[in-house]
Design a protein. Sequence first.
Length: 421
Amino acid sequence: MYDLVIVGAGPYGLSVAAHAAAHGLSLRTFGRPMESWHAMPSAMFLKSGPWASHLSDPEGAYGLDAYAAGRGVRAEHGVPLPVGFFAAYGDWFARQAVPALDERLVTTVAPAGSGGFTVTTEDGETCRSRTVALAVGVLPFLEIPGPLRGLPRRHVTHSSHHGELDGFAGRDVTVIGAGQAALETAAILTEKGATVRILARAGRLRWNTVPPALDRGPWRSLRAPHTGLGCGWQNRLYADTPGIFRRLPAPTRERLFDSALGPAGAWWLRERFAAVEDVRLGQRVTAATVTADDRLRLDVTAADGTADVVETDHVVAATGFVPSLDRADVLAPELRDGLRRVGPGGAPEVGALFESSWPGLFLAGLLTAPSYGPSMRFVFGAGYTAGRLVKGVRQRLRAPGRGSAPGRPRAGGRRVTAGAP
């Protein structure tokens, strides 16, 4: 039986594994390293700065700067890096810091009858573990607007479904959304020869400004301190003190999760995006049907109630991700249904040291964002998460009787909604 099984090998899973290995835990990590990052179009770049894009190991020996220096690349503030370079960095980090990496996918995590968990892989093999860390990234939680759900993949995809976008040359493509994924996807599609339009509910596009120099003098730094999530004291709260965010009243956390660090394009993308000529803001899709000539008819409504119709060959929904437990299919139903939830979206309640309400089940990444704040939507949050989560695992292993045995739910499981104690 393992001390810890980690499900997922993206930035959070690899960081947790590095900390667990350094503490000598009996460990196994499942997942294809940086899989979703490798699948992104090669023309995409990191939105975050290099110094805010490190994976986490206890000694800080395997940061992005160390990888870049070893390859003669300057990772500079204000200079975006290709996502392929970041994915390769994650592979290198895994080789350096993560033992027992098994590239098979996990299909089920279930409670074991005698305590702990049974983990089943895609080829049917099972193993047992006293604790599990779920770090499955964002792909299980992708969001497609209601009117577009259920339509064939040849007509509707999510932005995360795509690697290279060469196959859309000469086609009419509608991209839905106003964030970085939407704007960058639209720009790349235009560069690939597609006819592209943007549809977004937002009334205007927001663009991040050019990041100021790291060394700006004490007064400017005091007024708007640098953080891994951008400048400003509010961002400082999200970036440096997720534990304080977790203690905010539930309605406040829900409001901030929905509104903080909202959709915006990177400053370096703005010039490329200028080639996208058809930008329709303040509009939403209310219905979608496949036409007789195998195109897609979109019924669109503007903020003032004006109706319009758009015909297109394909829709790319760059509409983000929703951290709902109902989409965490890797958890066995009895385990998923036994977890306490918080807020109308059905996210899991996450306690101190990233443990869920089911003792021994720890969570990392997007699923923890409604509890710990917006930084958990970004690579930057892995640094805060990894060491603390492993500390929680070690405490759970030392004191399995605290509250109840690992792998058995605490009494009183319930859904927690806004305003609930």
